[in-house]
Ligand binder design. Sequence first.
Ligand SMILES: [Ca+2]
Ligand SMILES: [Ca+2]
Length: 178
Amino acid sequence: MGPQSPDVDCSVSDVDCSAEAPVTMSPLPSLLLTVLMSAGAVRAGCPTNVDWVEFEDFCYWRSTYPSTWAGAVAACQTLGESSQLASIHSLVENSFIMQTYNYAETWIGLNDIDTEGQFVWSDGTDVDFTNWRPGQPDNHDNEDCVEVPDMRDPTAERWNDGNCDLDFHFICKMPASS
Ligand SMILES: [Ca+2]
Ligand SMILES: [Ca+2]
């Protein structure tokens, strides 16, 4: 309901009709604009096709189902143009992943499938950080794919080479849009 203007006599000196109208009309549209703009800014960082989590200019998603390592590589690539099985490049990034996805063994992109002992990231980025668990990688029974462990493991946050055919959950990663 608006002001009952028929009852207001603007010719009366103590009724200021010129000041009332703009004050009552302008706040609502500007509030809506602010809400819409902030909602848009949140959405701009990561897509909404899965439950991505944004961290330092990248989006991360841990699968809701287990897969072989090769299946994980393929699945991540279906989630976005730049989405890949995750590579990890710093202790901060490693800690973010471990503390955000604190569930169980999880595939990351590191592997030595092509050349035994020469680990590479499946997304093609440089291997500039590793965080092996003591005694790993051990290539036990020809393990070529790397998993990050359950945080409850005493060697928490440190990596292990595992059997690529095992079914683990996995982490996909893509750049956040600006
Ligand atoms: Ca190996
Ligand atoms: Ca191993």
